[in-house]
Design a protein around this ligand. Structure first.
Ligand code: ATP
Length: 312
């Protein structure tokens, strides 16, 4: 089966300028050789700590960051070589959900104008057709169709993220890049929004690129996972492979940091976390060998099984 999207050896380097003439002194290798593909209807997770290059990867795919080298293929078409019209069509199929529903929705606009924005860019609807479509979208995301004339501040955080989702799905996209979509929300609301995202994924056959620093959330959402560190992968695989048989100490450390919902496991989990941390600290974060390939824990020291926290 052809992948919906294929990312090949993607690099995004930002110039660092300095001196009186603001000449380029160096580069930040925000993304430094990342490859993955996602099949339609699947969710691919990018996980890593702050600054590992997850957001830059998502932004490069959608054209918000320039690509230094590498390829992004969408439905078999190279996004760098297609013509302008094709690119406009592709952009309709790729939408983004942002981290912060408080700042990503314009506070001065009513919901109807926020959700209708992509429709106005791409479709020539009459005012009535537009209102009906926005009302349908509101219903689809579980909000009252009557609320379309309200402003963002009249909604809770979870509701605002649903408005962001309504805007993202307005044009029936194929791929949604969700960049930390729940990290600004209360923990109690996070699960609701995540479950809702899974529901609409099935309903609309959406494909997700899901970005998060939280491996617990990634586990809940993703079929495949890439673990990023300093712009590169230390490990990637299916969700089962990553969680049941993690190879890299960095992955093990992220897994050990997931809170265990079962109080009976607390002590074991704590011991495990200590063990993984001491192993990790020994490495001084030198994760890559001379060829830039990640070390696996096996090659460094004795393996120990990471106890998997129970799902919350
Ligand atoms: N426009 C830019 N100019 C220069 N450096 C940048 C730019 N955008 C990102 N960076 C740098 O690139 C690196 C990767 O950042 P990125 O935001 O992609 O990481 P991240 O994993 O998404 O982290 P976070 O979760 O904090 O957003 C960081 O060192 C960041 O400072």
């Amino acid at each position: 089966m052809m992948s919906l999207i294929e990312v090949e050896n993607l690099k995004v380097h930002f110039p660092v300028r300095g001196g009186v003439f603001q000449t380029v002194k160096d580069h930040v290798r925000a993304v430094d050789g990342v490859s993955f593909s996602i099949e339609q209807g699947q969710t691919y997770g990018l996980v890593g700590e702050s600054g590992s290059g997850k957001t830059t990867t998502g932004r490069a795919i959608i054209g918000l960051n320039d690509i230094t080298s590498g390829k992004v293929m969408f439905e078999g078409r190279d996004l760098a070589t297609i013509n302008k019209k094709e690119y406009i069509d592709v952009r309709k199929d790729i939408q983004m959900i942002f981290q912060d529903p408080f700042s990503s929705l314009n506070p001065k606009k009513r919901v109807v104008d926020i959700v209708a924005e992509p429709l106005r860019n791409y479709e020539n609807l009459s005012a009535k057709e537009e209102r009906i479509r926005v009302q349908e979208l509101m219903e689809l995301v579980g909000l009252s169709p009557e609320a379309i004339y309200k402003y963002p501040h009249e909604f809770s955080g979870g509701q605002r993220q649903r408005i962001g989702i309504a805007r993202a799905i307005a044009l029936n996209p194929k791929l949604i890049i969700a960049d930390e979509p729940v990290s600004a929300l209360d923990v109690s609301v996070q699960a609701q929004v995540l479950n809702f995202m899974r529901e609409i994924q099935k309903e609309l056959n959406l494909t997700y690129l899901f970005i998060s620093h939280d491996l617990g959330i990634i586990r809940h959402m993703c079929d495949h996972i890439g673990i990023m560190y300093k712009g590169r992968y230390v490990e990637h695989g299916t969700s089962d492979e990553i969680f049941n048989n993690p190879q890299h100490i960095y992955t093990k450390r992220l897994i050990a940091a997931i809170p265990d919902s079962n109080p009976r496991n607390r002590e074991m989990h704590y011991e495990n976390r200590k063990l993984v941390k001491s192993e990790y600290d020994k490495l001084e974060k030198d994760f890559f060998d001379e060829e830039g390939l990640p070390f696996s824990l096996k090659s460094i020291s004795a393996t120990h099984q990471v106890a998997l926290p129970e799902r919350g």
